[in-house]
Design a protein around this ligand. Structure first.
Ligand SMILES: [Zn+2]
Length: 737
C-alpha cells in the first residue's frame, strides 16, 4: 500500500530508490545549490508525520535530537512546503545565504514546473522572483478559490490565515494540484491571536493536517551557537513521526531493533507531532497506541524507578502515553496505571461534590479550589458566560515538572494538565488526577470577581490564613480525603502530601511565619508592590533539576515536606527554602555573572535576621566563622581572583557577608531600592556596568570608598567607577589587608 502511493507521487524517483531513500531524493531536489540557510529570527520546529512528508532543513541542539525548520509533503495532486518562521519567505531575506536558491527550488518542486505562475500573499517577494525570471503577482484580500486558481504556486505568510474557510480553500487548491509555500512563527501565535491555541484555532494549520505537516507552538533552535541550518540530504527518516511509529511497531513484532539514537529521534518526532494535533484529532494518537501494543506499562516509583539503561522500551511507552493523555479530550479519560503510585488517589468512598469557588481575577496564577480530582474521573467546570474564552483554565495536578530528559524516572514524566475554559461549561479529566486549580491569566486583571462551580471532585485539606482557624483545621479541614493538601496565605501557598499536613496542629502560626518570610524578601528587594500572586512551593517525588528549584511553583522533594511545615525548630524551615525564594526575588540589576547562586543567598540570609531573629551565619555550614576564614584564604592564594570568586558561590557570598556586617542590612536594602531611584542614574545594561554600579551605589550609600575592598576580592570595576567614589574615605573590613 505504502509503495503504491509513493509510486504514484514520486514515480520517477521511487522506481530507482528503496523506500528508505525517497526522502533523500526529494530533499536533494530542494537543496541543490543551497549550501546553508541562516537562522532568521527565532524559528520553531515544524511537525512531520504524513506518509509523503519529510524534513527539508533541520538542526540538533547540544546533542539532542534533530528538529525540522522546514518540511515538505505531497498532498493530493499538489505539494506543500512550510517554514517554522515567516522570515524565510520575506523578500528582504531572499539574499541571505541559501534562502533565495531554496525558494527557487521550492517554487519548482511544489509546482513541478520550470516557470509556474506565482501568487504572493502577505509578503514582498515579487521583486526577488522577478530578478530570478519568474512571473509573480500579489494576491490581495482573503485566499479563496477564485484568487488561488489564477496561480500554479502561492507563497504566503500564514500567521494571520486563521479562518476555516481560507484553510479549506488552500487545502482544495493543493489537493487539486497547486503548490503552496508557507511560513509563520508558530510560538508567537498565542500572542498574535490574543491567547488562542495554534493547534485548535488556526484555520490554515488545521487544513494542512491531512498532509501530515504542521506548524507548532514550540520554541526551538534557541541555542545561541546555532547560526545556520546546513543543507543536508541525509536526515534521519525517523524525523517523520509516522516512520518512527512504524519502526517501533515492527520492532515490537520481532522486526529489527532500533538503535538508541533512532529511538530518541523517533520519540522526539512523535512528541512534536502529537503536540501539533488539535483536541479531538486522534488518528496519530491511535497509531502511537497501536504501535505500543497492549503490553504493560512500567509503573515508576522512587523504590523502583524506570531507567534509560534497563527500561528503555517501557520508558518510550510511558513517555508516549503521557503525551497522548495530555491531549485527551473531555470525557472518557481513563486512569493511567502509574497514577495510583503518584500522585495517588482519594479513598473510593470519599464523596464527589459540587463546590462553588470565588475567583479574584486581580490575583494571577493558580487559584486553589480545595478540591482533588481522582485519575480517570470526570470534572465539570462552569463559569459565567462573560468569563469564557478569556484565558482562564482549569489545571489538574500541581506537579508540573516534566522528567522526559532524566535518566531515571521515579514517577511518570508528565502528569499535570491545563484545559482552557473556552465555553460556559467544560467537561474534562486527567489520567493522573491531582489538586484542582483555576488558572487566572494576567490579562483578566480588570475583571470583577466571579464564582466558578466545579463538580465531580473530592475535598482536599486546604487551610487559608485569615479565613480558617486552627480549630476548623483540626476538626474538619485536615480530615478531607484528597491525598494532597495546601496551606495558603496571600504571599505563599505550600503544597504537600496530606499525611504530612495532618501532623500540623497550628497552621495559623505556620502561615503567619511563612507570610513574614515572603514579605521580608519582598520588602528588602523592593518588590512588595510588584507582587501579583502568592509564591507557591510544591513537594514532588522527583523534580526536573536539582535538590530544589525556584520558579512557579518552587519545587522541593517530598522528603522536605515536614521541614516546610514545621517552624518550631531553630533554623527550620531552612536554607533551601529561603535560597529558592531568593532566586524568585533575584533581579538582573544586582545579579551579574558569578552571583546567580549568591545574591539569592543574601536575600535568604535576611530571613534569618528579620523573621527568625537569628544570626544568619547559623543557616549553612559553608558560612560558619571558620568557613569564612577559609574563603578569605582561598582568594588570598588565588592567581586569578575573579575566576575563583565567580566559580565558588560561598566565597563570593563572603564578600556580601562582610558588607552586611560592616554596614548593616539597611545598606543592602538601600542598594536594592536604589534601582528604582532615578537620582542614582540609569540602571545597568551589562555585566561590566552591573559591577561598576555595585561599587558606586554601595559606596555612595555607605559614604565609604569600597574600591579597595572590591579590588581585594578581585571584582573588576572600571577606572571611571573608581574615580566616582575616590573622594570618599576608603574602607576595609577587619582582617583583610
Ligand atoms: Zn540555586
Amino acid at each position: 500500500m505504502r509503495i503504491a502511493f509513493l509510486l504514484s507521487l514520486f514515480s520517477s524517483v521511487v522506481l530507482a530508490q528503496s523506500p528508505a531513500n525517497w526522502q533523500n531524493a526529494e530533499r536533494e531536489k530542494l537543496l541543490t545549490g543551497v549550501g546553508s540557510v541562516p537562522k532568521l529570527g527565532s524559528p520553531g520546529p515544524v511537525a512531520i508525520w504524513g506518509n509523503f512528508a519529510f524534513p527539508v532543513l533541520a538542526a540538533a541542539e547540544g546533542g539532542k535530537s534533530e528538529m525540522a525548520l522546514a518540511a515538505a509533503a505531497g498532498f493530493g495532486k499538489g505539494r506543500v512546503l512550510i517554514f517554522g518562521h515567516n522570515s524565510y519567505i520575506d523578500g528582504g531575506n531572499a539574499g541571505s545565504g541559501g534562502v533565495g536558491t531554496l525558494l527557487v527550488n521550492a517554487v519548482k518542486w511544489v509546482s513541478g514546473k520550470e516557470k509556474p505562475r506565482i501568487g504572493v500573499h502577505g509578503t514582498n517577494l515579487v521583486a526577488f522572483l522577478d530578478s530570478r525570471g519568474f512571473r509573480s503577482k500579489k494576491v490581495a484580500g482573503a485566499l479563496d478559490k477564485k484568487s488561488l486558481n489564477d496561480f500554479d504556486v502561492v507563497i504566503a505568510n500564514v500567521q494571520g490565515i486563521t479562518s476555516d474557510e481560507e484553510g479549506q480553500a488552500v487545502q482544495d487548491f493543493i489537493k487539486g494540484g497547486g503548490g503552496f509555500i508557507a511560513g509563520m512563527t508558530g510560538w508567537a501565535f498565542e500572542q498574535t491571536s490574543g491567547g488562542q491555541t495554534l493547534s485548535a484555532a488556526h484555520g490554515l494549520n488545521k487544513a494542512l493536517l491531512p498532509a501530515g505537516v504542521a506548524f507548532t507552538d514550540s520554541s526551538g533552535f534557541g541555542n545561541a551557537q546555532l547560526r545556520e541550518f546546513a543543507s543536508r540530504t541525509d536526515l534521519s527518516r525517523y524525523m517523520n513521526a509516522y516512520e518512527a511509529i512504524t519502526a517501533i511497531m515492527k520492532q515490537r513484532q520481532g522486526g529489527p531493533a532500533l538503535t538508541a539514537e533512532d529511538i530518541n529521534q523517533g520519540a522526539n518526532a512523535i512528541q512534536i507531532a502529537l503536540a501539533a494535533q488539535p483536541p479531538g484529532r486522534t488518528t496519530l494518537q491511535t497509531a502511537v497506541m497501536n504501535a505500543l501494543g497492549d503490553g504493560g506499562t512500567g509503573v515508576p516509583t522512587p523504590a523502583a524507578p524506570l531507567t534509560q539503561e534497563k527500561h528503555s522500551s517501557e520508558r518510550i511507552r510511558l513517555g508516549m502515553e503521557t503525551r497522548v493523555l495530555k491531549l485527551a479530550a473531555g470525557d472518557g479519560i481513563k486512569a493511567h496505571a502509574a497514577a495510583e503510585a503518584f500522585p495517588g488517589k482519594s479513598p473510593a468512598d470519599a464523596p464527589r461534590i459540587t463546590k462553588e469557588v470565588s475567583i479574584a481575577p486581580s490575583i494571577t496564577g493558580w487559584a486553589s479550589t480545595g478540591l482533588w480530582l481522582n485519575a480517570g474521573e470526570p470534572l465539570t467546570v462552569k463559569l459565567p458566560a462573560d468569563a469564557a474564552g478569556k484565558g482562564f483554565a482549569v489545571r489538574i495536578g500541581c506537579h508540573t515538572d516534566t522528567l522526559y530528559h532524566l535518566e531515571s524516572w521515579s514517577r511518570a514524566p508528565d502528569i499535570s494538565r491545563s484545559v482552557g475554559l473556552e465555553t460556559e461549561t467544560t467537561l474534562t479529566g486527567s489520567a493522573f488526577g491531582g489538586l484542582v486549580y483555576i488558572e487566572v491569566p494576567g490579562r483578566a486583571k480588570e475583571m470583577k470577581p466571579f464564582t466558578i462551580s466545579l463538580s465531580g471532585a473530592v475535598e482536599a485539606p486546604l487551610f487559608v490564613l485569615g479565613k480558617d482557624d486552627d480549630a476548623t483545621w483540626n476538626t474538619i479541614l485536615k480530615k478531607h480525603q484528597g491525598p494532597w493538601a495546601e496551606f495558603a496565605c496571600d504571599k505563599v501557598i505550600l503544597t504537600c502530601p496530606t499525611e504530612n499536613a495532618r501532623k500540623v496542629t497550628n497552621p495559623t502560626m505556620l502561615m503567619e511565619f511563612w507570610k513574614k518570610v515572603v514579605e521580608a524578601q519582598d520588602e528588602i528587594s523592593n518588590q512588595a508592590t510588584e507582587r501579583q500572586r502568592p509564591e507557591r512551593i510544591v513537594a514532588d517525588v522527583q523534580i526536573s533539576a536539582g535538590y530544589m528549584h525556584s520558579g512557579y511553583p518552587i519545587m522541593i522533594p517530598t522528603s522536605a515536606s515536614d521541614e516546610m511545615i514545621t517552624f518550631g525548630r531553630l533554623k527550620f524551615p531552612g536554607w533551601g527554602f529561603y535560597h529558592e525564594l531568593g532566586h524568585n526575588h533575584q533581579r538582573g540589576d544586582f545579579t551579574f555573572e558569578g552571583t546567580g547562586e549568591v545574591t539569592n543567598n543574601v536575600l535568604g540570609m535576611y530571613v534569618y535576621h528579620a523573621v527568625l531573629g537569628k544570626d544568619p551565619l547559623i543557616g549553612h555550614p559553608a558560612i560558619t566563622p571558620d568557613a569564612l576564614k577559609d574563603h578569605i584564604n582561598t582568594i588570598k592564594k588565588a592567581g586569578n581572583k575573579f575566576a575563583v570568586w565567580k566559580s565558588e558561590p560561598f566565597v563570593a557570598l563572603t564578600t556580601y557577608i562582610q558588607l552586611v556586617e560592616g554596614f548593616g542590612w539597611d545598606a543592602w536594602r538601600k542598594y536594592l531600592h536604589s534601582f528604582s531611584d532615578a537620582s542614582y542614574g540609569p540602571t545597568p545594561t551589562n555585566d561590566d556596568d552591573k559591577r561598576d554600579q555595585f561599587l558606586v551605589r554601595y559606596s555612595k550609600i555607605t559614604g565609604k570608598n569600597l574600591a579597595g575592598f572590591f579590588e581585594w576580592w578581585g571584582i573588576p570595576v572600571s577606572s571611571t567607577a573608581r574615580a566616582e567614589v575616590s573622594k570618599l574615605e576608603p574602607w576595609m573590613p577587619k582582617g583583610l589587608h
